[in-house]
Design a protein around this ligand. Sequence first.
Ligand code: UDP
Length: 236
Amino acid sequence: MEKGKKLYEGKAKIIYATEEPDKVVIYFKDDTTAFDGIKKEQIAGKGVINNTISSLIFELLQKRGIPTHYIKKLSDREMLAYRVEIIPVEVVVRNYAAGSFTRRYGIPEGTKLEKPLVETFWKNDELHDPLVCNEHIELLKLADLEDVKKMKEMALVVNEVLKDFFAERNIILVDFKLEFGKTPDGRLVLADEISPDSCRLWDAKTMKKLDKDVFRYDLGSLEEAYKEVLKRLENK
Ligand code: UDP
């Protein structure tokens, strides 16, 4: 599949048109950003690792009946996907307290939550992705509430699948963010990427961080951490 015109460039990926109007090529860059793009760096090989991990996870989720935009991995850095309009509501699922949850509610990092928590955020860089509830989503006309209900249900299924998948590889799935999109024929599908850029992953024995927090808080080599995740996913 030949890459066509560039449709969109985000912080970590570029989307290209293809000769088929309903399909796009997603190109994974090495650019790494945190804190709404304030901290920025190129990390050699990150795009290759994230494309590989995302492809592997989308294949697993598809097998478990979750509709996704993923079609196939095309090359080291490229994935073929259905073209979707991204719904500007990010869904976060948490199993343990971390990140903005610890800051917002004063619960110490690493506290196990009694049951998975689903949160929704408005995908809006300028406003720093504020937390929104259904009433905000409706008022701001961000998404159809029926779709949001389905997104939350799907996110909990994704959590069950991925929690076990990572646990079998000695990794704790602390939290993760999902994005959903609508295909031109109106199907609601899981989209974007699922990688250590969008998940918090801790080594189950040492509790060492194996995700983007390594970059956010200068905890060592991000490349080494992501490679370790990939190794465990591939060599179980
Ligand atoms: N996350 C993401 N993109 C965002 C915001 C969050 O991928 O724009 C992921 C983040 O990596 C973590 C989870 O969603 O795995 C929850 O993030 P949190 O709300 O704690 O925000 P953070 O403190 O990471 O900014």
